[in-house]
Design a protein around this ligand. Structure first.
Ligand code: GLA
Length: 730
């Protein structure tokens, strides 16, 4: 434990790029937060105000740290606050704003102490305690460092030690400060079937905000993932780039401000929109984490760091296995019965997948779920469709050596349901206003503990009643209109926060009881893909848009932030490309099928079966390997994605024609990355449709050196639209 009175002067690794620096003055206390390659250096000045001295690549000469100091230019210091408080000397966009018990709105935070605790050689957490000298309000800033991954999770805890309630008007997770000549932001927008549409632009002075106010299905129009390149747009292998994301499945807000010092201030966390949060005396609020990684060697390294981190520390069973599956959604929609499903289970076995996933439409009796207008909330098997219950199907699947999984959407309710009539007070809606629906449904009030128990109970009882149930697809198809919680009564401003906390509480309980069950995170497609939710889910559904050409682009953008093992990709009837193209695209993640298997020609069925066998051999490289984006379909005719295992002895290269204009195709060999130059690799085109032409150079042995300097030519053109190449070191 350090404190100001002992004035510790650390030798710190830092420099080159610093926030708001001009004349060196004597440092009072510096707190370096370092990863393998980077440093975030904080500084408490003589008055105890905590500022960011530096964020970027760490320096080798640690004594350079003593050269850093905060500028004394009027106003300059307030911009680099490590957690900007509102209402005292800082006039910049705050990270935290409060209303004290007495109605006063000023806050001034001063350093008190800090500690660093290590979990192991890679993971440590620095906690910095700040306190208002006038009011009994404390803020602790947490920096959880994953050193070898160059990843930091940052959050804050706000403690009300005043005698009465304190209202938190804003309570960000983190407040970063970076310095560069210019900044380029890559952000995303979207909608149903159009997830992860990128836009890149130079940031100008003032504040750019990325946020959502949708409550649930919160990322539908805009997810919280973004990246900022410093000085110039970063490439895959060069340039400085920060990736950021809020680990929160509800309303988030990220402000990016190019300030009067030309520094970039990033303030990220829960959206304070309609959400002043009241802390009673003695209460505290811990924010979700803002996740970030920084690379001075381009976007590729940043992605690979994040992927490794996600597999090791965030996604359940990130280093483990996944189940291939056959889903019935697109082959039956709501129209099935027990016989249909028995047939599909047999089809799953014939195809060679691990699991059959029963989608929407299996429940509801007074209000049968025969379309999306009724039944949500009534989670009893529909007696007409499933007279012998789910258990009969689970057993049938077991006999066939196939696992059985099921779709649920337990946070939601159709007004046409028993649940709606039994528990009107559980439904999020405004008492005096007309109801307004999204996909004909309303959201249940997860701020209410009784609703949390109900939602937990739905999934728990599915497992209890159906031993052997092996997989859950958890959907969330509506945004929150007319936000109002009957449970919270006068505390409505806590609703958006307590909803997400309620959801996490349910998921925590489920994960405590069922730690190993694979679960898919779905939200009408990718409406809820974030690392707050992915703590609980083994995989996510990127989009209902499974047209493989669209998926190349959608999966490309997700790949910046999320590892392939978590991307559930299904082969469906969307898109006009050949079956092989669809399977190849779906293989770049967790492969599944959602097609009427019975309608496949014998040749197509055999092709699927062989593809699944091949996938069994290459999937660990895709799931656990390092991912390299080689040819960007936004710029080139061809999309190329490479996965290389950690021993650099196996690799898989996927190539696709992403442009249908006359003469489109790759013009030159594609240079590979991440191989061992000294090794020799057998190159083999795989997953070829019987009778199709193999590429000239795609069978033979090449050195890693050759493949990385000269490359290989997948010969992508209008007659070879999808080519998968496997490389095996000899
Ligand atoms: C959402 C999902 C689909 C499917 C349907 C069922 O749209 O994204 O995959 O499960 O719900 O209603």
């Amino acid at each position: 434990m350090y404190n100001l009175s002992t004035v510790v002067r650390h030798a710190v690794i830092a420099a080159a790029v610093f926030c708001g620096l001009s004349t060196p003055v004597s440092a009072q206390l510096t707190i370096p937060i370092t990863t393998a390659h980077n440093a975030l250096v904080l500084h408490a000045d003589a008055t105890g105000r905590l500022n960011t001295l530096y964020f970027g690549e760490k320096l080798t000469d640690t004594s350079d740290y003593s050269r850093l100091a905060i500028s004394r230019r009027d106003g300059a210091d307030i911009l680099s606050s490590a957690y900007t408080p509102a209402g005292s000397t800082s006039l910049a966009e705050p990270a935290i704003a409060v209303t004290h018990t007495d109605g006063n709105k000023s806050l001034d935070l001063r350093y008190v102490s800090h500690t660093t605790t290590s979990e192991n050689a890679n993971v440590s957490t620095t906690a910095i305690l700040l306190k208002d000298p006038v009011y009994a309000l404390e803020v602790t800033l947490y920096y959880k460092v994953y050193a070898n991954d160059d990843v930091i999770e940052q959050w804050s805890r706000i403690d009300n030690k005043e005698k009465g309630p304190v209202t938190l008007d804003k309570y960000a997770s983190a407040n970063l400060c970076l310095k560069a000549d210019r900044y380029w932001l890559r952000q995303y927008h979207g909608d149903w079937a159009k997830e992860m549409q990128p836009e890149e632009s130079q940031l100008t002075h003032g504040i750019k905000t990325i946020d959502t106010k949708l409550g649930a299905r919160a990322d539908l129009f805009e997810p919280s993932v973004f990246m900022v390149s410093l000085d110039k747009p970063a490439g895959e292998d060069e340039g400085s780039v920060l990736y950021g994301s809020v680990e929160w499945s509800g309303n988030f807000r990220v402000d990016l401000e190019v300030d009067p010092n030309d520094d970039l201030r990033i303030i990220a966390g829960i959206n304070n929109y309609a959400s002043p949060y009241v802390l009673k005396p003695g209460q505290q609020l811990t924010t979700p984490a803002f996740l970030y990684t920084f690379s001075a060697r381009g976007k590729g390294e940043a992605s690979r760091n994040l992927h490794r981190w996600a597999r090791d520390y965030k996604i359940p069973n990130g280093r483990g296995d996944r189940l291939t599956l056959l889903n019935n959604w697109e082959s039956t929609y709501f129209n099935f019965n027990e016989d249909t499903l028995r047939g599909l289970i047999k089809d799953a076995k014939k195809l060679g997948v691990n699991l059959f996933l029963l989608d929407d439409g299996w429940f509801g009796n007074d209000y049968p779920r025969n379309d999306d207008h009724a039944g949500l909330g009534d989670w009893q098997e529909n007696r007409k469709k499933l007279p012998n219950g789910l258990i009969a199907l689970v057993k049938e699947a077991q006999q066939d050596g196939v696992k059985f999984g099921i779709w649920v959407e337990p946070e939601m309710v159709n007004p046409k349901s028993d649940l709606y009539f039994r528990h009107p007070d559980w439904v999020v809606k405004q008492p005096g206003r007309e109801e307004h629906y999204y996909r004909n449904q309303l959201v249940l009030d997860l701020a209410n503990p009784a609703v949390q128990d109900f939602v937990y109970g739905i999934v728990d009882s599915l497992f209890i009643k159906n031993p052997g149930l092996a997989y859950i697809k958890w959907d969330c198809n509506a945004v929150i209109y007319n936000a109002y919680s009957a449970y919270l009564k006068k505390d409505q401003s806590q609703f958006y926060v307590d909803y997400v906390r309620g959801l996490y509480h349910v998921l925590d309980r489920l994960r405590a009881k069922y730690p190993a069950i694979p679960m898919m995170l779905c939200s009408g497609g990718g409406g809820r893909v974030d690392y707050g939710a992915l703590k609980y889910f083994t995989e996510y559904w990127p989009s209902d848009n499974t047209d493989p050409l669209e998926r190349i682009f959608i999966q490309w953008e997700y790949s910046y932030f999320y590892p392939a093992i978590a991307s559930a990709n299904h082969v469906t009837n969307w898109g006009k490309q050949p079956l092989k193209f669809k399977i190849d695209v779906a293989m770049m993640g967790k492969l599944g099928f959602d097609i009427p298997v019975a309608k496949l020609s014998p040749a197509d069925l055999a092709f699927c079966q062989n593809a699944l066998k091949l996938y069994g051999e290459i999937r660990s490289v895709i799931w656990q390997g390092d991912q390299y984006r080689l040819s960007d379909p936004h710029i080139a005719d061809m999309a190329s994605m490479l996965f290389v295992d950690s021993a650099r002895s196996s690799a898989v290269l996927f190539n696709y024609l992403a442009n249908n204009r006359y003469g489109a195709g790759n013009k030159a060999p594609i240079r590979l990355k991440g191989l061992d130059p000294a090794k020799h690799y057998r190159v083999q085109e795989v997953d070829r449709y019987p009778g199709s032409r193999s590429g000239r150079e795609n069978n033979g042995v090449y050195s890693g050196d050759f493949l990385m300097k000269i490359g290989l030519d997948p010969q992508i053109n209008s007659s070879r639209t999808s080519v998968v190449i496997r490389l095996t070191a000899e």
